[in-house]
Design a protein around this ligand. Structure first.
Ligand code: ADP
Length: 308
């Protein structure tokens, strides 16, 4: 668990964060989102003491970070940044082994952990011996993630981790992160300026504006009642699509299935049903179950009714 208690940070007297209160529960995936300069990086860097509070306290696992030894604190927390920061003259395996070596793990344990981490981020064993300049941007980011997780920290900080990769790789890495979060149950705090990324990944979205938290809620709640600032920040289209992506066709079935209608799976999100209607020009679709059996129909009207 990470707790910020009435935290203020000033740079040369100018506040970057003011009176921030926030709790990130154990196992949560908290996403900080807000315009450039709103204080996101400052907030995340308080956790591993790269920034220190001028007022208030930051508690990590119940202990005030100011009472902890900074290098030790940092070794206990994974940290991933946009530029990855792999050591260029070390192989992938040596990069991943960085913190376990610092911690003095025996060699056999380190070797086994490098293999396990490569598997976790879905890189095959042949990557062990490559150097960072022999990796694509997406592969480098996977290695960065493997390195951050190698000493099995229970907390992972990620500052714009997917900011420098192309959109397709970005979607892929977002999927991997969701999977890793689910599989490992780690507490993750991630910074992004991409609202869609925030809605897709977060279990808790924290919206920052000029050094203040203006919203902290579950994404489905934020998408439903965004408030004026978050609506502008996220864009109405992103919020509407997000709402449609969270609901499934199966819950909106009514009436008999009509053979002449285009088919859609009951498991598909409503966004896909809407797209199918727009592509085919039809206001009604035939809903089928996983075995392809007809269950009934979904109508354009039913989708419209989901508007708040
Ligand atoms: P974000 O991550 O949301 O872009 P930051 O936390 O990086 O925001 O910055 C918050 C504010 O603090 C900005 O106005 C920024 O210019 C300022 N700031 C950040 N780091 C420093 C620093 N090391 N020295 C002086 N000002 C800084």
């Amino acid at each position: 668990m990470i707790v910020f208690e009435d935290v203020t940070v000033r740079y040369r007297g100018v506040p970057a964060l003011e009176g921030v209160n926030l709790t990130i529960q154990e196992g949560a995936l908290g996403v900080l989102v807000g315009p450039s300069g709103s204080g996101k990086s400052t907030l995340i860097r308080l956790v591993n003491r790269l920034v220190e509070p001028d007022r208030g306290r930051v508690l990590v696992r119940g202990i005030d970070v100011m009472a902890l030894d900074p290098p030790e604190l940092r070794r206990s927390i994974g940290y991933v940044i946009q530029s990855v920061g792999l050591f260029p003259h070390r192989t992938v395996a040596r990069n991943i082994a960085t913190v376990p070596r610092l911690l003095g793990w025996p060699r056999a344990r380190i070797d086994a952990q490098v293999d396990a981490m490569l598997e976790l981020v879905r890189l095959d064993g042949s990557f062990r011996h490559r150097y960072p300049d022999e990796l694509s941007g997406g592969q480098a980011q996977r290695v960065g993630l493997a390195r951050a997780l190698a000493a099995e920290p229970d907390i992972l900080l990620m500052d714009e981790p997917f900011g420098a990769v192309d959109p397709i790789t970005r979607r892929e890495l977002q999927g991997e992160l969701t999977r890793i979060h689910r599989e490992t149950g780690k507490t993750i705090l991630l910074v992004t300026h991409d609202p869609r990324e925030a809605l897709d990944l977060a279990t808790l979205i924290v919206v920052l504006r000029a050094g203040h938290i203006v919203a902290a809620s579950r994404p489905e709640i934020l998408a439903h009642e965004p408030g004026a600032f978050a609506r502008d920040l996220f864009g109405a289209d992103t919020l509407i699509l997000d709402r449609l992506r969270r609901r499934h066709v199966g819950a909106f079935v009514s009436g008999e299935a009509q053979d002449e209608d285009p088919s859609i799976s009951a498991e598909a999100p409503l966004s896909e049903a809407l797209l199918c209607m727009m592509e085919t020009g039809r206001e009604r679709l035939r809903v089928v179950d996983a075995e392809g059996r007809a269950m009934g129909s979904i109508t354009f009207h039913a989708i419209l009714e989901t508007a708040p």
